[in-house]
Design a binder for this molecule. Structure first.
Ligand SMILES: C[S@@+](CC[C@H](N)C(=O)[O-])C[C@H]1O[C@@H](n2cnc3c(N)ncnc32)[C@H](O)[C@@H]1O
Length: 292
């Protein structure tokens, strides 16, 4: 059972941020499995969390404070909308690039809801192993679907029991920044082809590609600088337009907020990279509905 690598390793950073957030007194959510994923991926047996590149538990890194506050504050944005959609009767939730997402376990979703978790096989194998070893039980039906999201993933999703055209909520959380404009188009075209009117899509992406300079400028030591460079090498352009315009092309109406607004909503500090610096990179958070 090996820990995720490459783009897949970015999953460990978001998981790390959720583990840190869950340990706070004023936490925005509790994800008790996040710490277990980090501990097993790093064979860490101590208290707190081990350092993983820019992810660190000592609170002194502006780079990690920016990333971790982004990863943590987007969680309730998605959680609230998943709960709302399911309360309104949606029974299919599809996680594109699911990695260590534990919404099937921690949101109390009803037993007749199916959460399809799409990611690479190695990521899902690692995740399943940890959850099984710790006796975790989802509250709803959870269906892991190993796929390559740049290839045909509609067929394996259908084979896994997904019912095209029935009410669905799609989540692409922390995914589009690893895709080119063309790959982003293909992803949303596939989502659209599997959706009926009224389907919902939650996603996010930065207003511009995050370059190496923006990343490394905020590093405080060599380990952070190297992991910032590795992260910068993984990111791509994402969609080639702002959310409303981009999604309109595929028939979706989008409502958009951003990470800075979400941080303020929760009374959290806003790192300058999201709002106040010359090299700022606003990150859009998007909820879209497919028009009839
Ligand atoms: C930064 S992680 C975020 C994932 C998760 N939604 C979260 O918020 O924690 C990105 C995830 O997308 C998956 N991913 C990225 N590109 C992919 C592809 N082409 N095919 C399958 N999975 C992919 C990675 O394996 C990784 O688990």
């Amino acid at each position: 059972m090996t820990a995720p690598e490459g783009v897949r390793a970015t999953a460990l950073l978001t998981t790390y941020a959720r583990a840190q957030e869950s340990a706070r007194q004023d936490r925005l959510f509790d994800d008790p499995w996040a710490r277990l994923f980090v501990a097993e991926a790093t064979a860490f047996t101590g208290a707190g969390l081990p350092r993983i590149g820019m992810a660190r538990d000592d609170g002194i890194s502006p780079l990690w404070r920016a990333f971790s506050s982004y990863f943590a504050v987007r969680t309730p944005f998605y959680d609230e909308r998943v709960r709302r959609a399911v309360a309104a009767g949606v029974r299919q939730v599809v996680l594109l690039g699911a990695s260590m997402d534990t919404r099937a376990y921690r949101l109390g979703l009803p037993g007749d809801t199916t959460v399809f978790e799409l990611d690479g096989a190695s990521v899902l194998d690692f995740k399943n192993g940890v959850l099984i070893r710790h006796g975790a039980e989802p509250t709803c039906r959870r269906v892991p679907v190993p796929v390559e999201l740049r290839e045909d993933w509609a067929a394996p999703l259908r084979e896994a029991g997904f019912r095209p055209g029935e009410p669905v909520l799609w989540l692409a959380e922390g995914v589009l920044m690893y895709f080119t404009a063309e790959e982003s188009d293909r992803l949303v075209a596939t989502v659209t082809g599997l959706s009926g009117a009224g389907a919902r899509l939650l996603t996010e992406y930065p207003a511009r590609q995050v370059d190496e300079e923006t990343m490394t400028r905020r590093a405080t030591d060599e380990a952070e600088r190297i992991s910032a460079m590795m992260m910068a090498a993984l990111v791509r352009s994402g969609p080639d337009a702002g959310p409303e315009e981009w999604l309109r092309r595929f028939g979706w109406a989008a409502e958009v907020t951003d990470i800075a607004a979400e941080l303020r909503r929760h009374g959290r500090e806003v790192p300058d990279v999201f709002a106040d610096s010359a090299d700022r990179v606003p990150v859009w958070l998007i909820e879209a509905v497919l028009r009839g």
